[in-house]
Design a protein around this ligand. Structure first.
Ligand code: 1GP
Length: 254
């Protein structure tokens, strides 16, 4: 484990559950992105993710990350959709395999193509098994995903256990950015039963009720992205951070 992951682990130990703010680099100018990141930091999120399902402009991504780094002390972690999601100035990268893609490119090829760049930029790689549930919105389409049917929690558990056996310290259950319903508590609970690593859940989490539901079912980390595009996101984000801290944490093998 590198220093960024250790920092996330300290936050998890302290609070039980943590929230990461996701900034889609494509949707903001670097200045706007840095303002949002600063506001999110003031809401006490544990880190800033930067990425996006169709983010392809590496120059813009770098400008976004550079501006964010100027104003926050939180770790800035890349959340790549492809090799174009890698940039040198971030602190770490979610080194993800899209386990339920039908295209091997998203399972291992993009990772192989990007690995030397991650090494060259000295980015801390955090191993993440990425699973898309349902249609998955844009990432479902781009990643040629065979979405896990929302009514089949045991399929998600199966993949998550495989991720554990493959040594992935994190599993990310993704419903897709901006979707109307987040991953169900039934699915989170089922995955939690089998997967003892760090469970991330994202997609469609906008309210404290959503956040409470997924964390009390067993998610350790929630990701909030779309909400930050709302001008008045601070109050709901603060509520989300506060409510997840009230949830009892699970017994996690870290
Ligand atoms: C998307 O899981 C993240 O990859 C966050 O989803 O944008 O819906 O919050 P939202």
């Amino acid at each position: 484990m590198g220093p960024i992951e250790r920092r996330l682990q300290r936050e998890l130990k302290k609070w039980g559950k943590i929230c990461l703010a996701l900034i889609d680099s494509e949707n903001f100018t670097p200045e706007k992105a840095s303002k949002i990141a600063k506001k999110a930091e003031n809401c006490d999120v544990a880190g800033i993710l930067v990425g996006g399902s169709t983010a392809l402009d590496q120059f813009h991504l770098k400008e976004v990350v550079d501006e964010i780094k100027k104003v926050v002390t939180l770790p800035v972690i890349l959340f790549p959709n492809n090799v174009t999601g890698i940039c040198p100035s971030a602190d770490a990268i979610f080194f993800m395999s899209l386990l339920n893609s039908e295209n091997p490119y998203y399972i291992a090829e993009a990772q192989a193509l990007g690995a030397l760049l991650v090494w060259k930029y000295k980015l801390e790689a955090i191993p993440v098994g990425y699973l898309v549930v349902g249609s998955g919105g844009t990432i479902g389409f781009i990643g040629k995903v065979r979405g896990i049917p929302p009514s089949k929690p045991s399929l998600a558990a199966m993949y998550s256990l495989a991720a554990h056996y493959l040594g992935m310290r994190y599993v990310y259950l993704e419903a897709g950015s901006g979707v109307t319903s987040h991953v169900s508590s039934d699915m989170v609970r089922k995955v939690r039963e089998f997967y003892k690593g760090n469970l991330i859940v994202g997609g469609g989490i906008r309210t404290k009720e959503d956040a409470y539901e997924v964390t009390s079912a067993g998610a350790d980390i929630i990701v909030v992205g779309n909400l930050l595009e709302n001008e008045f996101f601070e109050k709901p984000l603060e509520e989300i951070v506060n409510v997840i801290r009230s949830v009892k944490s699970h017994d996690i093998t870290r």
